[in-house]
Design a protein around this ligand. Structure first.
Ligand code: SF4
Ligand SMILES: [Zn+2]
Ligand SMILES: [Zn+2]
Length: 315
């Protein structure tokens, strides 16, 4: 099939989208425009921002890092940009993506900081998870997610970042929305949407998601066409989590009923103002400071310290 926009010079399409087939150059342009429109519409980036990109070296984080830099250059925005990566300590997986990330940041001339679970919390995930699991039955992704969010927030704040830019794509957000509904975690809705976290509270760094409307397969194609150096293997724990089952279910639905994931996101966006209003009211009443580490917490002790406490007791 040929690109529907290249009428005079028929060019082979690289993807078929709902509105027609696109060749490489038209797809790259379409993809970048959508990301830039998302940034503009939701005001994800402002002139005085100090941006910290949460990077891992995978396709999403390389794409979001590259396009954030391109956006700043195209629109001549003087915001500063750096990358922060968390090394969870997942043998045979993370060290490879971090090699790619270091090269990528060097090429883009973006400063990179890497913080590891080992140095910040005392153990790599591979060692911490089985010990924590014995007492709490927590899956690797639960431990990983809590600690990674904790460290990203802590170090981004230490760097004076005004925003943390993440590579969450449309698939990630549709999955997270359904996960929250299935588990009745309605309070976590504040973490969803193109902008999450609360600007007024300096306890949590605000997160912005320029790839919010980009389906995963389009991010993958973009990274491939741009020839980013990327490992396409997945984390060895990825199949153990609840998210994996939701992902499979949504992929089956999307295949059978195209537009399902976009539909979930549209429904969420329609409800978002109400959900966020509720969440902010609750946050303002409830946010405390962890009595162990001094970071923001919903209880006396933050979730990261609770896991650490279980881990210390298991030694
Ligand atoms: S799949 Fe789970 S364990 Fe692996 S990096 Fe993601 S959250 Fe962490
Ligand atoms: Zn074309
Ligand atoms: Zn704490």
């Amino acid at each position: 099939m040929n690109c529907h926009l290249c009428q005079k010079n028929p060019t082979k399409a690289v993807i078929i989208l709902q509105h027609g087939a696109l060749c490489k150059s038209h797809f790259l342009h379409y993809f970048e425009e959508r990301v830039f429109k998302t940034i503009n519409k939701y005001r994800l980036i402002e002139r005085n921002d100090r941006l910290c990109v949460a990077a891992s070296g995978g396709k999403d984080s390389q794409t979001v890092l590259y396009l954030t830099k391109k956006y700043l250059e195209n629109y001549k925005i003087p915001a500063t940009l750096e990358a922060l990566a968390i090394d969870e300590g997942i043998d045979g997986y993370r060290e490879k993506t971090l090699v790619d990330l270091k090269q990528f940041c060097k090429k883009l001339n973006v400063p990179l900081t890497i913080v590891s679970f080992q140095e910040a919390l005392g153990k790599p995930l591979d060692e911490a998870y089985p010990l924590v699991n014995k007492d709490t039955k927590k899956k690797p992704c639960n431990v990983c997610g809590v600690w990674r969010r904790y460290l990203l927030n802590k170090y981004a704040k230490q760097k004076g970042a005004t925003k943390v830019v993440t590579g969450h794509n449309l698939d990630d957000e549709a999955q997270a929305t359904i996960m929250n509904i299935f588990k009745a975690h309605t309070k976590l809705a504040g973490r969803l949407g193109p902008v999450s976290g609360t600007e007024e509270l300096d306890t949590f760094a605000q997160r912005v998601k320029p790839l919010y409307f980009c389906p995963e397969k389009e991010v993958r194609l973009y990274a491939l066409l741009k020839e980013f150096q990327i490992q396409f293997g997945e984390c060895p724990y990825a199949r153990e989590g609840f998210r994996h089952d939701i992902q499979e279910m949504l992929n089956t639905f999307e295949h059978k009923y195209p537009g399902t994931k976009q539909g979930i996101i549209n429904s969420f966006l329609a409800l978002m103002p109400l959900l966020k209003e509720n969440k902010e009211k609750e946050d303002n009443q409830k946010i405390k400071v962890c009595n162990s580490c001094g970071e923001a917490a919903n209880h006396e002790m933050c979730n990261a310290c609770k896991i650490k406490e279980v881990l210390d007791a298991a030694k």
